[in-house]
Design a protein around this ligand. Sequence first.
Ligand SMILES: *Cc1c(COP(=O)(O)O)cnc(C)c1O
Length: 406
Amino acid sequence: MDTVNSNDNNMVIFEEGGKFLMPTYSRLPVVFEKAEMQYLWDVNGKKYTDYIAGYGCLNIGHSNPFVIDAICKQAGKIIQPSNVYYNLPQVELAKKLAGITGADKKVFFANSGTEAIEAAVKLARKYSKENFSEKRYKIISFYKSFHGRTMGALSATAQEEKQKIFEPLVKGFEYAKLNDIDSVKVKIDKQTCAILVEPIQGEGGVNAAQKGFMKDLKKLCTENKILLILDEVQTGFGRTGTMFAYQGLEIEPDILVLAKSIGGGMPLGAIIAGDDISSAFVPGSHGSTFGGNAVSCAAGCAVVDYLVENRLPERAKELGTYFMKGLEKIKSKYPAVIDVRGKGLMVGMEFSKQAAPEMVSKALEDGLVINKVSPGILRFLPPLIISERDIDRLLKWLDKNTAKIS
Ligand SMILES: *Cc1c(COP(=O)(O)O)cnc(C)c1O
């Protein structure tokens, strides 16, 4: 980065970024250079507190020393020998994931959430076609869902504004309404192979699936021999107060989809399924050159150990309750706040006005990194290691700045 050496460090990078990067993101005007747990520093040395954790990728914090150590040690040994051979961290992480999701489970590793969704879709289709009927391939997902941006995952992402320009989509996807079991029932027929759902829709606005709805969904799946695929890419790894959100919903998924926080910041995704379903995948069915590479998996092992040893799911639950109490107080003070919702440290705050973009910018100026999912909704996904004092600081800031919404 020796081209960037003026007083105006940020400006030079915005300029070069604008020139050399495809404009796929509406980026905020900051260049982060360094991070440590819940704190970030930009190229000018200004410090920020992070309440979005890389969109939920950093449940155990930025550059957690245990993750750094695991990455460095592994990188010094072997990075990726190819998946036609075994590598130690991949097997170790699969064993750990099976350990925290129940007995007789098998794992496939991808590099990201969207790729993990693709793997889940392929596994569900192959299993259903081979075990029931060649015509059984339809997958039902939900409006306002987000499952990723590759063509298969995008076809499952029931948001017209994201899909339209990329048509034709992949065939065999149908959509229902979250928390409306009848809207699911009318879509089910002999061709339905799976239902794909986020326990709490993240990108869609922090919309929780109700426990009763999830139980009904599970029952519907069992009765019709349909696979239940849970997308826990964002809700997983302690975020909602249990290691996985389904553990708080008293249901079991047939295929569990994971990514984001699994790698402690390294690219990694995974699907987990029981032995019977997993056995539909045979050599040649699916694969990935970098999926489950030794370095990402070593980071993943450190993530799981750290979460368990530090009881971070429980911490998310406690801090989430504390945070929600503070937000409820703000809501009762200002009519501009129409809803606060969420579970654990996955929290949404909805305004009657399109106040979110301005709040995100103002927060950044004040050294708080917050996020909006739409012009009217703020979303908070702080690292689970965040302190009560950091939460207090955010609440105070929100109180002050909500008061300014006219
Ligand atoms: C982020 C996200 C994805 C996509 O993950 P990528 O790693 O960005 O491909 C899929 N599902 C959910 C619920 C997500 O939040």
